[in-house]
Design a protein around this ligand. Structure first.
Ligand code: ADP
Length: 892
């Protein structure tokens, strides 16, 4: 009993030391004055909670019964941390970017923030871990018992010890795991204490090992010889069990809530994984180095019935090394306490976040807005959950009869936790993985594991022997150890095989056949492509990380220079020039506005919220984002329409250009025609003038004739030039109209008189004067010019023997038409459309002009608001002049 008392005092002193270390670490971390807290060494040591009392004591027992098989427990994690570090890195990055608080939280947020899924994982974890916790309590109790000399005999004393140990652990976990609420769920104090315990348990095991090898056996060679001589030396390897246990321990290393807590949630810097990748396997190697020697020496030294699980303790005691035994006891105590504390903390986060809080919120919808209130509730929920979980472990320990070998419970636990693996790995690598798939897989795997491993493994008649031998309801294919007729396998291999195979198959098949919700797809993309849109692997403190993330996001949206300028301005405003500004509410709303200009307010809000609050994207947020996308789509449609319009304009421009080119060609043609027209009369003028000048012998009559020709040609030239001038004035639009009042008959009278004066041929003109009494208000002179031209043309070109011209007038409202119809053969159909063009002449006319008359007529009539057209099929040359009675100058 005296030893027991010393032991209790040592224990209390050790716990006090842990308290002090944890307390100081917490305080330092809050002040930011202990950079070593976030060092890769502490991180690696904290990972050692993988080695629990099961490993500390149990490995030796395991080796004593199954030889080298205990090594599989170490190979699994080693393979993961060395061979799958990229996967772990991805997990850590996701944990950081999504501000994940537990493995249940990770699974739930991957699959569209499904709380049902989180509850499922939580239940699975609690059920899987409870036996494991009781295992730790058992090991502490057993080790106490050894010192007290009880050796499991007196239940009352042992039970009392277990109770006090459990209570002490609960107090420790509550004090350090729930002292304050950190958004990131970081617990520097606990992690530091765990690291210290890692050192203690390693030193203890090494010390016992060294003592056994050199103190008892007398050296390495002798030890090896002992191993060879012992029954362990005859041990043979079972490939199926090896593969299964390696796989299960690898899966557990990733999926165990406490491992996830230290590896992902408490991770300070992604790069620590690089150190852990070699340092942690080294730690495991050192932990396993002396397991076999201790087992062999223990088997040799200890009496027949001694529990090999406790050789680490009993061998030094038997050799009279009390101090070493005490150290060894502290090692085992450290292994158990660190595991229980971290596991309880991790599980309590899951229970309070996914079970208690949702229930509390649904009960008190209105009160949820008071934040202080919520804080208190969360802390209480956590504390209650820790106490509850450890209590569960305690009750399980009490109920299970304390007899089960440590190793088998540990493996059953591993197989249960491994059920999370498909949903986890699928979630971070496969975008198609869906919530329903994950749920179905988990449920199927969980039930199969429950039926094939947990329930029958618990012993104590939980599953009747008849069910085990004949199957449920007598169905032989439902035998727990030979499901679907697969008999002859080791139970743990059998269970792991069926549960994980059915779990994975269900997960994949249901995922393939279900369609993920928008939020699930969004989260899925963020998880799978986490390296594409999260900040680099640098260490972070909360606000710095936020500012950095905000900066990166802003740069992407606003462009580097604008974002930098914005952050610089803000930093100066906050009095932090040269640093990143703090994400104050004021700055955040400004930033949101700024980003909103580029991506829309809702998107900006959701993005900033994601980074700062770790807030979830609600369906409303998503709808708003969708609306914005629709607007952007509409805008892009408008742009498309605009560009179509531009294309149309370009086409029009091209057409106009072609027209201009054509007009330019026409102009060239016109010029060459003009020069041709000018040259003909000039040539004859020149020729006859030369004759008159040079030939003195000319008859007077001849002289006169030549002079007359010269005069004629000169007149023709003058007329031509007059016409050209007139046309160019009309075409350039610079005509000054001289509007006057008059009557149509007056205009016609004058035109007929002028046209017929001096004409060689007689042209009979028929008119109905009564129709012509129409008042006009227009440029009478120009109109007369048009009429003269038409009458002259009839006189010139009408080829009838008795040429006659009928002028008929019609009045339609405010407009009138004047038709000039002669009795000649008219203009042939194919030439009718071109007679109004410049220089257009139907044939080489005898009395023909230059072909400008009708062009001038049309130009004039257009100016006067009317037109002149040719009337086909009227039995002779037929022209129609149409014009308004009064010209509205304003409309011109
Ligand atoms: P020009 O100034 O040479 O008379 P116009 O432009 O007035 O030229 O007329 C163009 C051509 O239209 C003439 O060369 C002639 O062949 C034809 N033309 C015009 N009026 C008549 C008509 N009343 N009957 C037959 N042909 C006509």
């Amino acid at each position: 009993m005296a030893t027991l008392n010393i032991l209790i005092i040592v224990c209390l002193a050790y716990v006090a030391l842990l308290f002090t270390v944890a307390f100081l670490a917490d305080r330092r971390a809050r002040r930011g004055s202990a950079p070593w807290l976030g060092s890769p060494l502490v991180y690696t040591l904290s990972l050692s909670i993988y080695c629990t009392a099961w490993t500390f004591y149990g490995a030796v027992g395991y080796a004593a019964s199954s030889g080298l098989e205990f090594v599989t427990i170490y190979i699994g994690p080693t393979l993961v941390i060395i061979g799958w570090w990229w996967g772990l890195r991805k997990l850590v990055r996701i944990g950081r970017s999504q501000r994940v608080t537990s493995i249940a939280d990770l699974i739930s947020s991957r699959y569209g923030k499904s709380n049902t899924l989180a509850v499922l994982v939580t239940i699975l974890a609690v059920i899987g871990i409870t036996p494991y916790i009781s295992l730790q309590l058992q090991s502490i109790t057993l080790s106490f018992g050894i010192f007290a000399g009880i050796d499991g005999g007196s239940r009352e004393v042992a039970g009392g010890i277990t109770f006090w140990v459990a209570a002490g652990l609960a107090v420790f976990a509550i004090l350090f795991g729930t002292r304050n609420l950190d958004v990131n769920e970081r617990h520097y104090g606990v992690v530091t204490a765990v690291a210290l315990e890692a050192v203690v348990k390693l030193v203890a095991l090494l010390a016992v090992g060294i003592f056994v090898v050199w103190g008892i056996s007398g050296g390495v060679g002798e030890t090896l010889a002992r191993i060879d001589a012992s029954e362990i030396g005859e041990w043979r390897m079972d490939g199926g069990r090896w593969t299964t246990i390696i796989f299960l321990s690898a899966a557990a290393f990733v999926c165990l809530p406490r491992m996830f807590q230290v590896m992902v949630v408490e991770n300070d810097d992604e790069r620590h994984l690089q150190t852990a990748a070699w340092a942690f396997p080294l730690y495991l190697l050192l932990m396993s180095l002396f397991v076999l020697p201790i087992a062999v020496v223990g088997l040799d030294l200890m009496p027949g019935g001694a529990n090999p699980d406790l050789f680490v303790l009993t061998v030094p005691l038997a050799e009279g090394r009390g101090g070493l035994a005490m150290l060894s006891f502290l090692g085992g105590f450290s292994s158990a306490t660190s595991m229980v504390i971290v596991a309880a903390m991790a599980l309590s986060t899951m229970v309070s976040n996914h079970v208690v809080m949702p229930i509390w919120f649904s009960l008190r919808r209105d009160g949820a807005s008071v934040s202080g209130d919520v804080r208190k509730i969360v802390l209480r929920a956590r504390r209650a959950a820790i106490a509850g979980i450890i209590a569960l472990g305690y009750f399980y320990f009490e109920l299970s009869g304390r007899g089960t070998a440590l190793a088998s419970i540990g493996l059953i636990s591993f197989a249960g936790i491994a059920q999370i693996l498909p949903a986890l790995v699928g979630g971070i690598f496969w975008r198609g993985a869906s919530r329903l798939g994950a749920m179905a897989g988990l449920v199927v795997g969980f039930l199969v594991w429950l039926y094939t491993a947990l329930l029958p493994g618990l012993g104590s008649g939980l599953v009747p022997a008849s069910v085990i031998s004949e199957g449920l309801f007598g169905l032989s294919w439902l035998r727990p150890y030979a499901l679907f007729g697969l008999a002859g396998l080791d139970p743990i291999v059998h269970s792991a095989l069926w549960s994980l195979a059915l779990n994975t198959a269900t997960f994949c098949i249901v995922s393939l056949f279900t369609f993920p919700s928008p939020l699930e797809r969004l989260q899925g993309a963020q998880f799978v492509n986490v390296f594409d849109h999260s900040a680099g692997p640098r260490g972070w403190t909360r606000s710095a990380a936020q500012s950095e993330d905000l900066m990166i996001m802003s740069q992407r949206i606003l462009g580097a220079s604008q974002a930098q300028a914005l952050f610089q301005r803000e930093a100066e405003r906050q009095g932090l020039p040269g640093h990143l500004p703090d994400p104050t509410p004021d700055f955040l709303s400004r930033l949101e506005r700024e980003l909103g200009g580029s991506v829309g307010a809702a998107t900006a809000h959701a993005m900033v919220g994601q980074i700062v609050g770790g807030s979830s994207v609600s369906v409303e947020d998503l709808m708003a984002v969708a609306n914005e996308s629709a607007q952007i789509l509409e805008y892009s449609n408008q742009l498309e329409a605009k560009s179509a319009e531009l294309a149309r304009t370009a086409r029009q421009l091209r057409e106009a250009n072609e027209k201009l080119t054509q007009i330019s060609l026409q102009k060239d043609g016109f010029l060459s025609q003009v020069s041709h027209e000018l040259r003909t009369p000039m040539t004859s003028i020149r020729a006859f003038s030369e004759i008159l000048r040079d030939d003195d012998m000319l008859e007077p009559a001849e002289k006169k004739r030549y002079a007359a020709i010269i005069l004629d040609e000169a007149l023709r030239l003058t007329r031509l030039l007059d016409d050209l001038l007139d046309l160019s004035v009309l075409e350039s639009g610079q005509v000054n109209l001289n509007l006057k009042q008059g009557s149509l008959s007056g205009v016609l009278d004058q035109a007929v008189a002028t046209a017929l004066t001096g004409a060689e041929r007689k042209l009979a003109v028929h008119r109905r004067k009564a129709d012509e009494q129409i008042p006009l208000h227009t440029d009478l002179d120009r109109l007369t010019q048009v009429f003269i031209n038409l009458i002259t043309n009839a006189q010139k070109y009408c080829d009838a023997p008795n040429p006659a011209l009928t002028i008929s007038v019609h009045r339609v409202g405010g407009a009138l038409t004047v038709d000039f119809l002669d009795n000649g053969s008219g203009i042939p159909a194919d030439a009718q459309s071109m007679v109004f063009e410049k220089f257009a002449r139907v044939a080489a006319e005898k009395a023909g002009g230059a072909g400008l008359g009708l062009s001038i007529c049309r130009e004039i009539m257009v100016r006067l608001g009317g037109d002149v057209t040719y009337l086909p099929d009227r039995g002779g040359g037929a022209f129609r002049v149409s014009l308004p009675m009064a010209l509205d100058v304003a409309a011109q």
